[in-house]
Design a protein. Sequence first.
Length: 307
Amino acid sequence: MRGWWQDLTDLVLPGECGGCGVPRTVLCARCRAVLSGAAVRRVRPVPEPPGLPVVHAAARYADEVRATLLAHKERGALALAGPLGVALAEAVRAGLRETRAPVRTGVTRPRGGRAPVLLVPVPSGRRAVRARGHDPARRIALAAAGELRRRGLPARVAGVLRQRRAVADQSGLDSRQRLDNLAGALAVAPGGAGLLSDGPVVLVDDVMTTGASLAEAARAVRAAAGGRRTAFGVTGPIPNASWTSAVYAGETWESREEQNVGSRRERTGRWPARQVNAGAGDVGGVFEVVCAAVVAATPDSFEINRN
């Protein structure tokens, strides 16, 4: 109810710009330009966590961009998901171009159509979702998928990652502590691996600081690949996923789009058309993480040409 009411309030009574505070606008033209006006760049934190995929960001996490993201995440300015999704969509497109993934998305399915790009958001914890009334990364991912479809690129959100255990608040932790805090914290929900075989996987989040969250998300997806070779090499077997649950089910309206993750309904046209190794559970095709994309990253992570 909180999310639904906030959506209605934002539409009827836009308060102030999420970036600079100018009244009577969701996001002013100047702040939109700061968010989406610069060229998308590849970003790399230092130190770079093991297993981090190639990451692209639309903007630097500072000033107006930082204020906009915090207004959406912490203050419930849900209408900001639209412009934030546009920025994320640009980062996704840049990552796909660099990894040559658009060639893969054009593969024809057996029953026609093109395999969609699968945006896999890094999930927030259950407690954070309840406190905020929404999952910021998932909401922005849904907006980004819509923007990509409007631009002619098939895309949808696959909210398959779940937290298998509670984690500490990341604020105040350094890069090493964040890696330790998140190690083994994520997993693909039962039945989620089947969704991931429908197209190329792009991990998405609102912000990248140390890269620990994206690295852990990539590890979880690799684990669900069941010991196959992916973009990051040979993975391990699927862990016992009996402890996972659809932690967002019933909590927010946006979760309904992916509440069927745990179902084992038949899917057709997965790409490519070869099977995974034995022991991979219900995975019916091959999947891989091709890249990651975020709305914003810390300013120093844009300086990737270091010695």
